[in-house]
Design a protein around this ligand. Structure first.
Ligand code: SAM
Length: 353
């Protein structure tokens, strides 16, 4: 094992140069194996063999943003737009609850139709019906006041990937109307309001360098999010990045292990993008330190329309089928899918309702 990796295991506080050196070990198999082993040891120490599930409800693919990598960006005129009604969202929750899900993730594009009032009303209704469940929102950048209202309505968690912590790289991935400063401020606002917060980034997005990744790790260390979502970038045919190469599964796995060591108690999903690039991707993610999976609860008729990148998996499986096959594959690598809410460690007590 390289000296920098030994040093990281003993003390994760590192300079940008040290992060670059550690990230550059991605091709050194002995070092990767040693760090993976350490990540799995930590993961088992805190979570045993448990894998938490989150029922993902992709409730709208309308979006006011034009992120260059994303298939549902505003400028994609070929996207077939849809938006679920409150009743349809509640049906997804009902089906999910019966299947054992105790966290619902409401994810969508930045759809202005969902004003604070409309979204809060949906959150309130889910909270009323499922008091033992966590409600996670992933609906992009909103005002602090909006986040406050949604929290008061009953939301507990919020996923907002920072996408890249390097401002120039952020500018390459997004139009000038968007800024990393605003994105980061949203994350700090969410944290200050008491949400369990998830940040994250794509691995191998166009223009990403090892320096960018080092900055991502420094940002994660500073923010200390409760959850981190990373997955490989996958090109979408109707975007400016259609011809770019996809991110690497191996690098994503290595980064998952580093995140587990940096933030030992973090909730870390093995993402759909990882499963899309490699049929055993999600299982490999669990074996690298991940402890969460997010199967799809969206209505089958809309699955294909939430088309962030090409060849997305699970677009043809019923929720029950999806959960069942996932339970089997989780078991195949020595873990166990559980029907628990799976809160972030430190705030488990105060957020229990
Ligand atoms: N609008 C919300 C937001 O901005 O956080 C949530 C929805 S957004 C589509 C969810 C995530 O999908 C993004 O944070 C991004 O990292 C990921 N994503 C979008 N396009 C992708 C692509 N081509 N490959 C991999 N991941 C992608």
């Amino acid at each position: 094992m390289r000296a920098i990796a030994e040093r990281f295991i003993k003390n994760t506080k590192m300079s940008k140069e040290e992060w670059i050196e550690l990230l550059a070990c991605a091709k050194d198999q002995e070092t990767v194996d040693a760090l993976t082993k350490e990540a799995v040891r930590i993961r088992r120490h805190y979570y045993g063999d448990k894998v938490y599930t989150r029922g993902l409800i992709e409730f709208s693919n309308y979006c006011r943003n034009d992120c260059y990598y994303c298939g549902i960006r505003r400028g994609n005129l070929h996207a077939h737009r849809y938006r679920l009604s409150k009743e349809e969202i509640l049906e997804c929750c009902e089906e999910g609850y019966a299947l054992g899900f105790r966290t619902f993730v409401l994810q969508g594009g930045e759809d202005r139709w969902f004003t604070d009032e409309r979204l809060a009303e949906i959150v309130r209704e889910i909270r009323k019906r499922y008091q033992d469940c966590a409600i996670t929102l992933s609906v992009g950048e909103r005002s602090k006041e909006s986040y406050r209202l949604l929290k008061e309505a009953g939301a507990n968690r919020y996923l907002l990937r920072h996408e890249t912590a390097n401002p120039a790289h952020y500018g390459k991935l997004h139009p000038s109307s968007m800024s990393l400063t605003v994105r980061k401020q949203c994350l700090y606002d969410l944290k200050s309001l008491g949400y369990q917060v998830g940040a994250g980034f794509m691995v191998g997005s166009p223009g990403q360098t090892i320096e960018c990744l080092a900055e991502d790790f420094l940002f994660l260390e500073e923010l200390k999010p409760h959850m981190v979502g990373i997955g490989p970038f996958i090109p979408h045919h109707d975007t400016a990045f259609a011809k770019e190469a996809a991110g690497s599964v191996e690098l994503t796995l290595y980064l998952l292990s580093l995140i587990r060591i940096l933030l030992p108690k973090v909730l870390l999903p093995a993402t759909t993008a990882l499963g899309t690039l490699d049929p055993r991707g999600r299982e490999k993610g669990l074996c690298a330190g991940a402890n969460v999976v997010m199967p799809n609860l969206s209505p089958l008729r809309n699955r294909k329309q939430y088309d962030l990148y090409d060849n997305k998996i699970c677009t043809g499986e019923e929720a029950a089928e999806c959960r069942e096959s996932l339970a089997k594959s989780v078991e195949s690598v020595g873990y166990r899918l559980v029907d628990e809410r799976g809160d972030a460690f430190e705030i488990e007590k105060e957020s229990a309702r």
